[in-house]
Ligand binder design. Structure first.
Ligand code: 2PG
Length: 248
């Protein structure tokens, strides 16, 4: 049996402001830093150790990983940064307040934009300063690989090649792996690992900074998965994420 840990970054400044974030590179709040350290403490106390970590190229996930590894005295392990683990690109919604958007367009429409499998928000225009074409961290990518918007289906289509090409082979080679990523890039991975339907994935929300353990069989199919932290607190945090897109 293999065991891996998935973790969404701690609270970010735009989580606190309740803004659609996507590929915007915002940092953690103080609370987010504390959540990341607490995750490291939980993992250490539960006897976990890692010899390889994966994260995105966005600092909220990277800093979460650093703080978690620091708490575990594991800052020395190799870290692979992969743009394919980035948050789902939120298109023209990036920067907008979720509750205000719901007040303007309705809760139902915002739920479709946030959680439907195959409906992307409107794209950024290619000359929008928020587009990532000039960002050096994406310099190695072809222009068509850099999104202007994404639905979860698009995110699945970039996350799963990262899993298949790099993460799964490392797991099979016996590496103990921690993945620090984002709400929707993790929803994409969880959907694929657990075979969740396009309609059921709408109800899945990933809380900030909570280690999610997956036990996998020899074919890397999940045997079981569970959050390490307090179950009631995690359920409340998941409900809070779901409610962020409501007008009130
Ligand atoms: O704004 C975002 O990029 C994501 C994660 O914070 O939000 P949501 O939960 O609305 O998909």
């Amino acid at each position: 049996m293999y065991k891996i840990v998935l973790m969404r970054h701690g609270e970010s400044t735009w989580n606190l402001d309740n803004r659609f974030t996507g590929w915007t590179d915002v940092d953690l709040t103080e609370k987010g830093c504390a959540e990341a350290a607490q995750a490291g403490k939980l993992l250490r106390e539960a006897g976990f150790t890692f010899d390889l970590a994966y994260t995105s190229v966005l600092k909220r996930a990277i800093r979460t990983l650093w703080l978690t590894l620091d708490e575990m005295d594991l800052m020395w392990i190799p870290i692979q940064h992969d743009w394919r683990l980035n948050e789902r690109h939120y298109g023209a919604l990036q920067g907008m307040n979720k509750a205000e958007t719901a007040a303007q367009y309705g809760d139902e429409q915002v739920l479709v934009w946030r959680r439907s499998y195959d409906t992307p928000p409107n794209p950024l225009s290619a000359d929008d300063p928020r587009a990532s074409y000039q960002d050096p961290r994406y310099a190695g990518l072809a222009r068509q690989q850099i999104p202007l918007t994404e639905c979860l289906k698009d995110t699945v289509e970039r996350v799963m090649p990262a899993w298949d090409d790099t993460i799964a082979p490392a797991i099979r080679a016996g590496k103990q792996i921690l993945i620090s990523a984002h709400g929707n890039s993790l929803r994409a991975l969880i959907k694929s690992l657990d075979g969740i339907s396009d309609s059921d994935i709408v109800g899945l929300n990933v809380p900030n900074g909570q280690p999610l353990v997956y036990e996998l069989d020899a074919d890397l199919k999940p045997i079981r998965s569970y959050y390490l932290g307090d179950a009631a607190a995690i359920a409340a945090a998941q409900q809070a994420v779901a409610s962020q897109g409501k007008s009130r």
